[in-house]
Write a protein that binds this ligand. Structure first.
Ligand code: FAD
Length: 439
């Protein structure tokens, strides 16, 4: 699967090999150390939101397995006029799906277990953050303000194999690609994989292609993580405790997912999409860099905060030197049509972030929400007019950097942006490990 992973990325002037070197040598060590700092370690998120699109099939399926109450009549709203057409489909299909889920054991709640522990010392610090954050004017609605939102210590909940798969996971990916990715053409095998054929992308305009490639790159990253931190052997550590075990790379799993002969030749494009979304987020960091350099990174500890600011400046300084940044100025340039395309782009992305509330495994939902929020923040920096400051005319031949912004980012957006980028950076680094293992 690495044979074709060379050369031009497409839709930008950059190539894979340049990113490999730049990331693995310069960015990876810096960004991993940065996200281990307290400011970036705690992420506030609401994991209890209802799925707005369909009855949560995974949890419902578990109920069906255990207490056998989840028939189609028990699906809320079924009797209240979910019509015969499309709305009925999920409920009507439900029992059969639930049965398949039970049989295929699609969800391992132990591996998806979320550790919500926050030490007493950290709780004390976090109470101070709230006072500080509340004094900051907010411009966007994020679910960290919900009554149900909680802080999660990301270091206690690494992104790794959880066993989440089967109909519930496929439904999420399918709705992301089929309903929200500006599909050029429906795959003739409508419900089957791959949902989008890379050969059709040439018929799409740049903006729609960028959208698809960003989402696909995120999908690649999630799947690389589960292959590189796979449960190799399990040790039971006691009743009701999450399993402990040996976690490490699973080469067979990686090959199954990314060998072109097993993916209709699509997987090399999926891997390239990872590099593409990395480039997109890196450009957002560069563009917002001068703004990010002046953030406080408040945690209440002056030493820690200064170290964080120093690490940020250091990493951004390296990012500025990247020779081939993604050039967002070539997008959304077609008059009134461009404005409506941009609105559509934003609405589709919002929908994807809402689909994350339908993920049926808590740990996957945590990282899914964090990474979509990070990508959403990057897209906002790149495409929101509020982030295009007229004062920051670029020096000749350079892309614009933002010096002043009319819009501040919330703490949770900054945390998500850096952590999402750190995940992509880690995936590219893990690819190098798989290359070595394959040799
Ligand atoms: P899937 O990954 O489910 O993909 C479905 C189909 O999409 C494939 O058959 C293929 O045709 C196509 N496809 C695959 N990759 C791409 C791509 N990059 N671009 C375009 N099309 C593609 N599992 C874990 O173990 N740990 C996690 O942390 C985790 N987090 C998740 C977060 C979210 C938001 C979701 C939706 C799922 C998560 N999963 C996680 C599940 C995981 O992503 C897979 O869905 C699962 O392992 C089943 O894999 P699969 O081989 O059936 O293909």
């Amino acid at each position: 699967c690495f044979d074709e992973l060379h050369g031009a990325l497409g839709d930008c002037s950059c190539n894979v090999d340049t990113i490999d070197y730049f990331n693995n040598v310069k960015i990876f060590p810096r960004v991993q150390s940065l996200v281990s700092k307290d400011y970036f370690r705690f992420y506030k998120v609401n994991l209890k939101k209802e799925c707005p699109f369909w009855v949560d099939d995974s949890r419902c399926a578990m109920k069906y397995c255990h207490i056998k109450t989840c028939t189609k009549e028990s699906v809320p709203g079924y009797e209240n006029g979910y019509g015969d057409s499309e709305m009925e489909a999920p409920a009507a299909k439900y029992s059969a799906e639930a049965q398949t889920i039970c049989n295929s054991d699609d969800h391992n709640p132990d591996l998806g277990y979320l550790n919500m522990t926050i030490s007493a010392a950290s709780q004390h610090e976090i109470a101070k953050w709230k006072v500080y954050d509340d004094a900051v004017e907010n411009f966007c609605e994020c679910d960290d303000r919900d009554a149900d939102a909680d802080y999660v210590d990301l270091s206690l909940n690494p992104e790794r194999y959880t066993g989440y798969k089967g109909p519930s996971a496929h439904r999420i990916w399918r709705s992301i690609y089929q309903e929200n990715c500006f599909r050029p053409k429906i795959n003739p095998y409508y419900d089957s994989f791959p949902y989008v054929l890379s050969s059709d992308l040439g018929n799409m305009c740049l903006e729609k292609r960028v959208f698809y490639r960003a989402v696909s790159g995120l999908h690649t990253s999630i799947n690389i993580h589960l292959c590189s931190k796979y449960l190799l052997s399990e040790k039971a550590v006691g009743f009701a405790a999450p399993p402990d075990g040996e976690w490490g790379p699973n080469l067979e799993e990686f090959q199954r997912r990314f060998d072109p002969s097993q993916t209709h030749g699509e997987s090399s494009n999926w891997l390239k999409n990872l590099y593409f979304v990395y480039l997109l987020e890196m450009r957002a960091l560069a563009k917002a860099g001068p703004y990010l350099e002046h953030e406080e990174y408040f945690t209440g500890s002056p030493t820690e905060d200064e170290e964080t600011r120093h690490a940020i400046r250091n990493m951004l300084g390296v990012i500025y030197t990247f020779p081939d940044h993604f050039n967002e100025s070539s997008m959304f340039n077609g008059g009134s049509q461009a404005a409506s395309l941009k609105n559509e782009f934003r609405d589709h992305f919002r929908n994807i972030s809402r689909i994350m509330d339908c993920v049926g495994c808590d740990k996957c939902k945590l990282w899914g929400k964090l990474q979509t929020q990070g990508l959403g923040t990057a897209l906002k920096i790149l495409f929101s007019s509020k982030w295009n400051s007229p004062e920051s005319d670029p020096p000749q031949g350079k892309l614009p950097l933002i010096h002043k912004s009319h819009e501040r980012l919330q703490r949770t957006e900054i945390v998500a942006l850096f952590n999402a980028f750190a995940r992509l950076s880690n995936s590219i680094r893990e690819l190098e490990n798989f290359r070595i293992l394959l040799r």
